[in-house]
Design a protein around this ligand. Structure first.
Ligand code: 13P
Length: 254
């Protein structure tokens, strides 16, 4: 069976002013002039930059994603942003259930699932994040936690076309720490098995599973070579075009 098309997505988190758009422009120049790259590339900037980024990336193959959305399409929810608004501003995807939102905003699996469904409603790809804490890993609970988050956060309407899973061990985010390659492989294999059980063989095999957590140019090649790793969700190293390119270029035919 053919492998899913890899996706390398940069999550800028709460970083970036309009001046940062030059990094995206530099990346677009590098990517769009290079037909050896075999991965899709996405930037998920803060919501304020989605529309200006879409303008800067007009004609580029780089996709744009939001970092969160409200479950409703509109209404009295001061400060929140609907999936429809992200799409209207130029996004084609939305990250839901990032561990920083689960921790900072108390988002439960039910909320994350509803947000993923909101993404579908707006015809966005929902990138659903899951991952264990340091304590859960130390207790040997990683696979159970990942299973529970996946079963609770994945909507019934999920398909390989509308959903991407991102496995991000919480303790590896922004710390410079990564699991061993065997540990990453074990969790991704586990997620693949769960997806196959939920969605059937073809859909389960086709859904992309990204790894996230301290992915850098120096470790990307070995992480991306692991079976069932279909790309990366990159935080800090996506902010500079040169670093992000060092990760993207792992997926090069030449
Ligand atoms: P870092 O790459 O900075 O560790 O962040 C990972 C992440 O949380 C991406 O969503």
């Amino acid at each position: 069976m053919s492998q899913p098309l890899p996706l390398v997505a940069g999550n800028w988190k709460m970083n970036g002013l309009r001046a940062s758009l030059t990094e995206a422009e530099a990346l677009a120049r590098q990517l769009d002039g290079n037909d050896a790259i075999t991965a899709q590339v996405m930037i998920c900037p803060p919501a304020t930059l989605i529309a200006p980024l879409a303008a800067v990336l007009e004609g580029s193959s780089i996709l744009i994603g939001g970092q969160d959305c409200h479950v409703n399409a509109s209404g009295a929810h001061t400060g929140d942003i609907a999936a429809e608004m992200l799409a209207d501003a130029g996004a084609s995807a939305v990250i839901v259930g990032h561990s920083e939102r689960r921790a900072d905003h108390g988002e439960t699996n039910d909320v994350v699932r509803a947000k993923a469904e909101a993404g579908y409603r707006a015809e966005l790809i929902s990138i659903i994040c899951i991952g264990e804490t340091e304590r859960e890993r130390a207790q040997g609970d990683t696979l159970n936690v990942v299973s529970e988050q996946l079963s609770g956060s994945l909507p019934g309407a999920a398909t390989s076309g509308n959903t991407v899973i991102a496995y991000e061990p919480v303790w590896a985010i922004g710390t410079g720490l990564t699991p061993t390659l065997d540990d990453v492989g074990e969790v991704h294999q586990h997620i693949r098995a769960e997806l196959t059980r939920r969605l059937g063989g073809d859909e389960g095999a086709a859904m992309r599973i990204l790894y996230g957590g301290s992915v850098k140019p120096g470790n990307a090649a070995e992480l991306m070579a692991i079976k069932n790793v279909n790309g990366a969700l990159v935080g800090g190293a996506s902010l500079k075009a040169s670093d992000f390119w060092g990760i993207i270029s792992v997926y090069s035919e030449r």
